[in-house]
Design a protein around this ligand. Structure first.
Ligand SMILES: *Cc1c(COP(=O)(O)O)cnc(C)c1O
Length: 363
């Protein structure tokens, strides 16, 4: 029998979440962001499930886009980091790729490409409104329009990315949005500002295109609650492969970092940091067994984790433990571990099989 370690991906919940966010901006088009293998959920099944509902997809770089085409995905695909070399643009027409241009070099390449191509509206020009990671300086915008007239035709989309849309304090975000809009909204360009947090919480960020990632996967980008309810998409679970009783005073795991203060039942579960469960998860990080919360004890090993299951009755080898998902929000685990849902999801490694649930499967 195979190891009972799975990430179950609920594609119905995925579609539900995407539509929830989409319906907040009925006048916008939507870009489903499926970079990094759809945040670890599997880019191809996710793209198939979302294809009827999204206007286009976005990935980080060319190879991710090509993999989708090879799998038969036909909607336009936006490449968020733009071309790494001029040659990559040769795929623009044949593969219907759209490009974010965030450096002058990329602007020059695209200008060159347009000089011998009849393609229109495949370029998104990214300006830096304060995130200071990617994008052309906003104060050069007018100059760029003068120097790259074909690239900056009214067929292009002007985009920017928000640095702090997920923070409760929206002062900085409002400064970013206002300075972006004051620069570009007088012109005829289509605009794109919002990621999930922007699309959910910031009406001003909802423009012609919203770029929706994490919320589709069921993890709210905020620390505090918002009106919108998202359903968990990924449930990570693994089976118990050993159970033992230890006396008060004994320790568990590498480095003996946890010591029993009373006689304790320990379950060893077949998942570890090689599967993407974070090694720095501390003693007390929860999991769910038979609908009850249990606590991690000792260090996470490469292939195994140990839990104190003294509070749960009738546990057998083979019983399943949920690490996060339906019964345990991924963001709760993220806060125990000092990270965010995005990182936990994307890090679930290749050796964890993904199982897909899709009640509304069309034939
Ligand atoms: C990843 C990404 C998004 C999606 O952000 P979420 O917070 O996951 O919704 C949007 N825009 C850009 C440029 C991105 O890189």
């Amino acid at each position: 029998m195979a190891r009972g370690t799975y990430a179950t991906i609920n594609l119905d919940a995925l579609v539900y979440n995407f539509l929830q966010v989409k319906h907040l901006s009925p006048r916008s088009k939507h870009v489903a962001v499926i970079k990094a293998d759809a945040y670890g959920n599997g880019a191809i099944p996710v793209a198939k499930a979302l294809s009827p509902y999204t206007n286009m997809f976005a990935v980080a770089f060319l190879e991710e886009a090509i993999a989708l085409r090879e799998a038969g995905i036909t909607l336009p695909i936006l490449v968020l980091q733009g071309p790494y070399a001029y040659q990559e643009l040769e795929n623009t027409k044949t593969l219907n790729f759209h490009w974010v241009l965030h450096t002058e070099t990329q602007m020059a390449w695209f200008s060159e490409y347009l000089s011998h191509s009849d393609i229109q509206g495949h370029q998104w020009v990214k300006v830096d409104s304060g995130m200071h990671r990617l994008g052309l300086p906003m104060n050069e915008f007018d100059d760029l329009m003068r120097r790259y007239p074909k690239v900056m035709s009214n067929k292009c989309v002007i985009m920017t990315h928000l640095a702090a849309a997920d923070e409760d304090d929206q002062t900085q975000t409002n400064i970013q949005i206002n300075s972006f809009l004051s620069k570009v909204s007088a012109s005829d360009f289509a605009l794109s500002i919002a990621n999930s947090a922007g699309a959910i919480a910031l009406p001003k960020a909802r423009q012609n295109f919203n770029r929706i990632g994490i919320s589709t996967y069921g993890s709210a980008p905020f620390c505090s609650d918002r009106q919108i309810t998202l359903r968990p998409v990924m449930t990570l679970s693994a089976s118990i492969i050993a159970i033992r009783e230890i006396p008060k005073g004994d320790t568990v795991g590498y480095g003996m970092t946890w010591q029993a203060t009373k006689p304790t039942t320990i379950a060893t579960v077949a998942i570890g940091y090689a599967d993407g469960y974070p090694r720095h998860a501390k003693n007390g990080t929860p999991a769910v067994l038979h609908n009850r919360r249990i606590s991690l004890v000792g260090r996470v090993s490469m292939d195994m984790i140990t839990y104190d299951i003294s509070n749960v009755e009738n546990v057998k080898i083979g019983d399943m433990v949920e690490l996060w998902g339906n019964q345990l929000p991924i963001n709760e685990i993220a806060s125990y571990v000092g990270t965010i849902g995005y990182e936990l999801m994307t890090r679930v490694s290749k050796r964890v099989p993904r199982k897909y649930i899709h009640a509304k499967e069309k034939t």
